[in-house]
Each structure stands twice: as C-alpha cells, then as structure tokens.
Design a protein around this ligand. Sequence first.
Ligand code: HEM
Length: 147
Amino acid sequence: LEKVVLSPLQKHIIRRSFGGITQHSDQIAQLFYARLFDAYPHLRTLFPAAMEVQGQKLMQMLAMCVIYLDNETQLGHTVAALGARHVEYGVRDEDYQAVGEALLWSISQVMGGSITPDIRDAWQTLYDLLAHMAINGARAHRDAAGK
Ligand code: HEM
C-alpha cells in the first residue's frame, strides 16, 4: 500500500471545515448509507437491519480522527484496531473504496456550494489515510489469525 500523507495545509482545512460538516452529521449519515447501498447493494447484508445508530458511530469516529490529526502514531493504532474489527464484520479491503466514494459524495451534497476543491481534496486524503491504516490493521489481523 502506498503511504498517504496529509499536508499541514490540509490538516488546517480539515479542522476549519469540520464544524460545518458536523452540523449536518445526521443528514450526511443518511445520504451516505442510501448512496452506499444504492451503488453497492451487496454491502447492505453486512449491516444490521436498523441503521440509526450506525451513522452516529461513523461520524463520531471521524470526529475522533480529526482530534488525532497531529498524532499519527495514536491515530494509526486506533484505526488499525478498527480495521481488525472490520474483518470480523465481513468487510473486505476493496470495500473501503466504495465507502470512501459514498462518504465524499454525501459530504459534497450537504456542503453544496460551500465545498471548494481544496476542502474536498483534504477530506478525500484524510479518508484515504484512514482507509490505508484500517487495511493495514485488517491485514495484520488476518495474518495473525491465519485467515
Ligand atoms: C475508515 C473508514 C471507516 C470508519 C471510520 C468506520 C467506522 C465504524 C465504527 C466506529 C463502527 C462501530 C463498531 C466499531 O467501532 O468496531 C463500524 C462498524 C461497522 N462498519 Fe465501519 N468504518 C469504516 C469503514 C467501513 C467499511 C469500508 C465497511 C464496509 C462496508 C464498513 C462496515 C461496517 C460494518 C458492517 C459495521 C458493523 C455494523 C454492526 O454490525 O453493528 N465500515 N464502523
């Protein structure tokens, strides 16, 4: 996996835009799952029937990642553990691409005209970094479990 690096400017952009994004957490979460399951119906079976709490978990996790932006070691440990748990949920490495597309699309929809290309790129890079860390954790977990 290629290393993903957030520039100091991108971290700044993420911190600055995060407030505006979390104001719309519920809406983003709703759009996100609708979009994800529309484009990738096979992923629906991985999730429980009721999805209300799920969207909150995703947004809380993103919030925590923003808090850890300047501590990539801590972030790496936390997200690697998340990736290992996701192996047990039946998530495959390639599913991170699908989730990233749906998430970025939902954020763009909700932010409308207030999302600039720089903001979008910064969030895309953050997601790529998290996906990278999660997939590394998943691989280590599979190796350790002989899966
Ligand atoms: C970096 C991206 C992701 C983040 C931040 C994230 C976040 C979370 C969080 C916080 C949970 C709650 C449980 C836990 O902490 O272990 C969770 C559960 C789950 N996630 Fe993710 N996730 C990500 C990627 C994905 C991907 C790619 C899939 C594939 C479709 C996925 C599917 C699931 C499923 C199936 C559950 C368990 C649902 C349940 O049975 O309650 N996630 N996720």
